[in-house]
Ligand binder design. Structure first.
Ligand code: PMV
Length: 337
């Protein structure tokens, strides 16, 4: 009753910002994303009678080895959320047995690289496998979505669409194209690595206090159509135009919510401006930003090195992560304990 899964984070081309049902995490609109090959969460789940209660350990992202086996008092919101999700999996398996869960990211968490997406996707896939819950990929995405909305997009391969759905059963994610369909790059520039101050769940609760939200919901379907066409035609300039428009709109909604949410820093804005000038110089690169200050730079494989040179010229001290489109969550026998 032990299994390990590796799941990628994903970058949203069309964003999920706002929920119709906060409990079930049903979003207000469809969204589209790409899985990231180098922003991964590995999670091992073991159910056993030897455990007297649930254990959870999130290893630091740069931690190499050796696990600590300490019990925790469930006082931390993140940990409570993990146990709550485990309860959903236990319910599907009709099993009452405690578990030990160990999880590790290979990137900093809570800085806008969707660690909750990779985290809840890995937990769902490992938890179900450990308990032999035999469900389809679609059902796995539904279960992962209830843990953390964007996690459903980290289960299918490559380029993924999440249908908003009218009910839990109809709000699922599926692969539009596999990871090897289009050799794009996402260079995540780590502007900051401290935890964000307002969690997405909390921020999304106030979307309708923004006067711009109504317009956003009117705009988004048209943009989805254009992004799908851009993906179909592998048209980076159309994709880029749409992802920047989408990013700007989501952050304008965030900023005009009450209370106002400002995730972008001075440095974020400076990179956005520079991306525009790099394009004028002929380098085809576009920005997109989730709920944090870090900037995702989307370009073609052939321009990766040139974009790296630009990042280093911008600030030689900045760290960045180079991602290719990735497969969704997969099982592995490389257990963490
Ligand atoms: O699923 P959450 O709670 O991590 O929300 C993700 C929200 C955004 O990253 C801002 C957009 C998205 O679609 O990923």
């Amino acid at each position: 009753m032990k299994a390990t899964a590796i799941a990628p984070a994903n970058i949203a081309f069309i964003k999920y910002w706002g929920k119709k049902d906060p409990e079930l995490r049903l979003p207000l609109n469809d969204s589209i994303s790409m899985n990231l090959s180098n922003c991964l969460t590995t999670t091992t789940v073991e159910f056993s009678d030897k455990y007297q209660e649930d254990y959870f350990e999130l290893l630091p992202y740069n931690h190499r080895k050796k696990l600590l086996e300490h019990n925790f008092a469930v006082n931390n919101e993140e940990k409570k959320r993990v146990i709550k999700h485990l309860n959903r999996i236990r319910k599907s398996a009709k099993l009452k047995c405690f578990a030990k869960i160990v999880s590790q990211n290979n990137f900093p968490a809570s800085v806008g690289i969707a660690s909750s997406a990779s985290g809840f996707a890995a937990l769902t896939v490992a938890g179900c496998a450990a308990l032999n819950v035999d469900i389809s990929e679609k059902e796995l995405t539904i279960l992962a979505r209830i843990g953390s909305g964007s996690a459903c997009r980290s289960i299918p391969d490559g380029f993924v669409e999440w249908k908003f759905g009218e009910s839990s059963e109809t709000s699922f994610a599926y692969s539009l194209y596999p990871n090897n369909y289009w050799n794009l790059r996402d260079l995540v520039v780590l502007v900051a690595n401290q935890a964000k101050k307002v969690a997405t769940s909390e921020g999304m609760g106030n979307v309708w206090s923004s006067p711009l939200m109504k317009k956003r919901i009117e705009n988004v379907n048209n943009r989805i159509k254009k992004i799908k066409k851009a993906l179909k035609d592998k048209d980076l300039s159309m994709l880029g135009e749409m992802i920047e428009e989408e990013t700007d709109e989501m952050h304008e909604v965030m900023q005009t919510q009450k209370p106002s949410l400002i995730y972008r820093t001075k440095e974020t804005l400076k990179i956005m401006q520079d991306v525009q000038s790099w394009r004028k110089e002929g380098l085809e690169v576009y920005y997109t930003i989730d709920a944090g200050p870090n900037v995702h730079l989307i370009c073609q494989e052939k321009d990766e090195e040139k974009v790296i040179v630009k990042i280093k010229e911008f600030n030689s001290g900045l760290k960045f992560i180079v991602n290719k489109p990735a497969r969704g969550a997969t099982l592995t026998d490389q257990h963490l304990f």
